[in-house]
Design a protein around this ligand. Structure first.
Ligand code: SAH
Length: 395
């Protein structure tokens, strides 16, 4: 019996040919055989040529997510080899880092599998039915390759709804006895991978924390806006900042950041403010506050393409305020994690805000996600985080 397959519409000049991994339901002419959601099936074009093999899902708008362009046995050995490759890459780019993303979905040619490591605790997320069905096998492979003491599943992500998957959260292996103390970058963070309000740590910023801290000169006044657990602010304090104020609207972020600062022994130079960043920046700007380094790292203001215009207005408002508050020679380090907003559009928005603030900026650094969050070149959706550092010149 031949492998079940989807056959693409004749009209579709398919992006799979240029290396993308997704086939949308609207691009499918017919389904051959009787595949069940989670099966690996073939993708054929109108002329009968097989283009790729991937996970099938009859519920999702993304009907197929490609695993390979070659025919293989998609068995345990296949997944072990892909996971081993992913881990070997992290050992190369982040050697000796106890916390890192071990597997990053499309970026590791494992669509729907996310694995984060926090020391000897491993956290697994499955965002496709194909991966979800193989969870037990994947946990076995991780035990074999990583030897974690604890394995946790955080399968309570909202995107699972699009794949028709239920929400689950729990301990799969070992005993989880409460919040962890994990070293990320140069400081220890409190992190509870089971806390329903959080999804752990923003591991994608771990390289940028150090890079931004390298801009700190002794005594600088630093504002860490959208601080979460204080990654930027505590690294800046450790690098010699005279005073850091960290802002976040979530009370548990603020208590976490306070703990991070205490463990790093910088509490006397680290203060927090729990509040809406838009309101706090407005208040500080009106009061004529001045800072030497301001970090803006907001959540994605846009989950959809339609929300881009509103998001841009939000970005511009906080940038305008931040730029007005920078002292001469001061630095703005700013990030966007919305993949609907390109690095170019983000940079244009900063230029616009600088013009309105009457400041001349020199761009001194370009940032991106840490290398354990790799981007598959032909899948723009796998690139989301971008950032820049700008210095205010006396122009
Ligand atoms: N800078 C952090 C990551 C920030 S994630 C790091 O490097 O680890 C975004 C943070 O913004 C979250 O902690 C969230 O609680 C906070 N947040 C969301 N909306 C906010 C708002 N309007 N004002 C202040 N903080 C906000």
């Amino acid at each position: 019996m031949s492998t079940p397959a989807v056959v693409l519409n004749r009209k579709v000049t398919h992006r799979l040919l240029t290396g993308h991994l997704w086939v949308y339901s609207s691009e499918i002419e017919r389904v051959e055989g009787a595949p069940v959601t989670g099966d690996v099936i073939a993708v054929r074009d109108g002329s009968g040529r097989t283009l790729a093999w991937g996970f099938y899902n009859s519920t999702s708008k993304i009907t197929v997510r490609v695993l390979s362009r070659q025919e293989r046995s998609f068995d345990e050995a296949f997944f072990r080899s892909r996971i081993a490759d992913a881990i070997a890459y992290r050992d190369q780019v982040l050697p000796g880092h106890p916390a890192r993303r071990l597997v990053s979905s499309e970026g590791d040619l494992l669509p729907g599998l996310i694995v984060d490591q926090y020391g000897d605790t491993v956290v697994v997320q499955c965002t496709t039915a194909g991966i979800d069905r193989r969870l037990t096998m994947i946990v076995g492979i991780l035990q074999e390759l990583v030897h974690p003491r604890v394995v946790i599943e955080r399968n309570d992500l909202s995107v699972r709804g699009y794949e028709g998957l239920p929400h689950r959260r729990g301990v799969l292996v070992g005993d989880h006895t409460g919040p962890l103390r994990v070293r990320v970058g140069d400081v220890d963070f409190p992190c509870d991978p089971l806390d329903p309000h959080k999804t752990g740590l923003y591991l994608d910023q771990q390289v940028s924390w150090r890079q931004v801290a390298s801009l700190v000169r002794p005594g600088m006044r630093v504002l860490d806006v959208f601080c979460h657990l204080g990654g930027f602010g505590v690294h800046a304090a450790k690098a010699g900042a005279g005073e850091v104020l960290a802002i976040d609207s979530a009370a548990d972020s603020i208590s976490g950041a306070t703990q991070t600062a205490a463990w790093a022994d910088v509490s006397e130079r680290f203060a927090t403010r729990c509040g809406n960043a838009f309101d706090v920046l407005k208040e500080f700007d009106s009061a004529g506050a001045r800072y030497d380094l301001i970090v803006l790292d907001p959540p994605s203001f846009t989950r959809t393409r339609d929300a881009v215009e509103g998001a841009m207005r939000g970005y511009k408002e906080i940038h305008l305020r931040a730029l007005r508050m920078l002292s001469p020679g001061g630095v703005l380090a700013t990030f966007s994690c919305s993949h609907h907003i390109s690095a170019h559009a983000f940079g244009e928005m900063v230029i616009d805000a600088a013009a309105d603030a009457g400041r001349t900026l020199r761009r001194e650094a370009i940032y991106g996600a840490s290398p354990d969050h790799p981007v598959l070149a032909a899948v723009p959706e796998s690139e989301y985080l971008k950032g820049f550092a700008y210095r205010v010149l006396d122009g």
